[in-house]
Design a protein around this ligand. Sequence first.
Ligand SMILES: N[C@H](CCC[C@H](N)C(=O)O)C(=O)O
Length: 279
Amino acid sequence: MNSITLPIPFWKMSGAGNDFIIIDHRKPLIPQERMAEFARLVCRRKFSVGADGLFLIEPSTRADFKWRFFNADGSEAEMCGNGARCVARFAYMHGIAAARMRFETLAGIVEATVADTTATIKMTSPHSFRFDRQIEVGGQLFMVHSVDTGVPHAVIFVDDIDEVDMVGLGRQLRHHPVFAPMGTNVNFVGRTGDGFRIRTYERGVEDETMACGTGVVAGALIAAVKGYADSPVAMVTSGGIALTVQFSGKKGTDVDQVLLKGPAHLIYRGELTSESLIA
Ligand SMILES: N[C@H](CCC[C@H](N)C(=O)O)C(=O)O
């Protein structure tokens, strides 16, 4: 099989605790047919760098650049809200794009604005809203809403978010036949005195992550349609960091200009070696 050119410089970044490996791949280093395997190997915690996902930054004829995004399990996904903020700051700091930029994803063109260690993302248009589907898992009935905010999301409002069995319920809902064949990310949203908390079981990480940007957008838009919130909506994620969603247009499913704002932190720079890939 074609070889991988090593060592490979990378940045390790964190968007509210959702962490990523980002590589400037404008000169090809990893053969296309080995990208998924490469992503799975470098995203392993303890055995390699460890991350929720991998971004490869590539040239684009339609925007400032294009990304290839892989979840930790090697599955390629269309969009990632926290990753978009990290990639935007990476591109800006590498001189690949100006502070205001446009980049190509499998979900469409995403616009971003970087400001120091934060970034604001203009999300792709949300679609496929579904409301009030009663789904039984684990002997419990849940009222499930869903929307695609670049990737598919289920949203469930709960009374006590700390009581949710994230792995047990999250896994069953993520694989539920209702969401076949692509599956879904699963978000539990709790309403607190002064706002919202959200916990996400992420497709492709197959676990709860510290934050999920597209999940926060899903939770905020559905809360608005249900009349629980107005723009701007702040949601505190599992890692304790709040992400903010702004949207314009009539309250409801035909919003436009959906903006996600939050941190994009550079944790460290490194070099991937052959030992990063030892299976
Ligand atoms: N794991 C998700 C993609 C990343 C979503 C999340 N990390 C975000 O910040 O939006 C999926 O395969 O649907």
